[in-house]
Design a protein. Structure first.
Length: 306
């Protein structure tokens, strides 16, 4: 039932759209993502972090994804996000994942190449695709100099060498995004020239991490029911659209779903304080996640591509 990221992203690169990689932690997120993908007739990547595996259990998450994907008639990939522990990566390769990411971005260039090549050599014989990362994610701040930005961003020439020497199937690049809900202190912007330059030099699909938009209506709703998410800012939709046009084939989304889930969970609990049925308040939160996923698939232009 599951396919590799390579299959999904090669098609996206050729078709000029991007596939969303949506992080999961529990059953509600899995159901929301896969149901929305089926409704949108969109390919989809289910992303699982090492933390999520520890929280929910390896076999539990893999089994739930496979059960929920069955019968949806859309291409689905099960992907390890930001893998750093070789034991976890090895278990994912042999335990049902179709794609793994090795995050060596914190290492030196040569060390990153070595560890990424090791994962490619392990994953290839198992038919599992591999995503590597080069550069460090950090939102562009107004007081950061050009030289400091260059030190964080992915260097196009290094990207070419990295892809050639590792044999990865896709490359995550650093162009100004960051993880979490607080991506920018000043004007939200990405280094589009950097995306174009890298896309012209490498022959694998490019990946954009830290791409949540941080919907301000969801932030406001969550805060109105007791959350404290002040000053959160994300990547504007128009920036994502431009990035996809320039060569991004995979876009990672996590924070937007978390905020929506939190907002509607808080709302449900507050408005019906007598309710002790988790199906009712978790159901509302699940639907909110589904709406986020559907909107992202439309934004990425993957709608109807399944």
């Amino acid at each position: 039932m599951l396919v590799t990221n390579k299959a999904l992203l090669d098609a996206a690169r050729q078709g000029g759209y991007a596939v969303g990689a949506f992080n999961i932690n529990n059953m509600e997120f899995i159901q929301a993502i896969l149901s929305s993908a089926a409704e949108s007739r969109s390919p989809v990547i289910i992303a699982v972090s090492e933390g999520a595996l520890k929280y929910a259990g390896f076999d539990t998450l893999v089994s739930m994804v496979r059960v929920e994907a069955e019968g949806k008639n859309i291409p689905v990939s099960l992907h390890l996000d930001h893998g750093k522990d070789m034991d976890v990566i090895e278990r994912c390769i042999s335990g049902g994942f179709t794609s793994v990411m090795i995050d060596g971005s914190h290492l030196s260039f040569d060390e990153n190449i070595a560890v990424t090549k090791e994962v490619v050599d392990r994953a290839g014989p198992a038919g599992v695709s591999v995503e590597g990362e080069l550069g460090r994610l950090a939102g562009i701040e107004d007081n950061v100099s050009v030289s400091e930005q260059d030190a964080l961003f992915t260097d196009p020439d290094e990207a070419k060498i990295f892809v050639e020497r590792t044999g990865i199937d896709s490359l995550a690049i650093a162009v100004g995004t960051s993880h979490g809900a607080y991506k920018f202190k000043g004007e939200a912007r990405l280094a589009f020239d950097r995306i174009s330059a890298i896309a012209s030099l490498v022959d694998v699909p490019l990946v954009l991490h830290g791409a949540s938009g941080v919907n301000q209506e969801h932030v406001k709703l969550a805060n109105s029911f007791g959350a404290e998410i002040a000053g959160a800012r994300g990547v504007p939709d128009e920036a994502i659209t431009e990035a996809v046009k320039l060569g991004i084939s995979k876009v990672n989304i996590d924070t937007d779903m978390r905020i929506a889930f939190t907002a509607y969970l808080r709302k449900s609990l507050d408005e019906k304080k007598e309710n002790i049925d988790p199906r009712k308040y978790l159901g509302a939160a699940r639907e909110a996640v589904g709406e986020v996923v559907r909107s992202k698939m439309k934004l990425f232009r993957s709608e109807g591509k399944a």
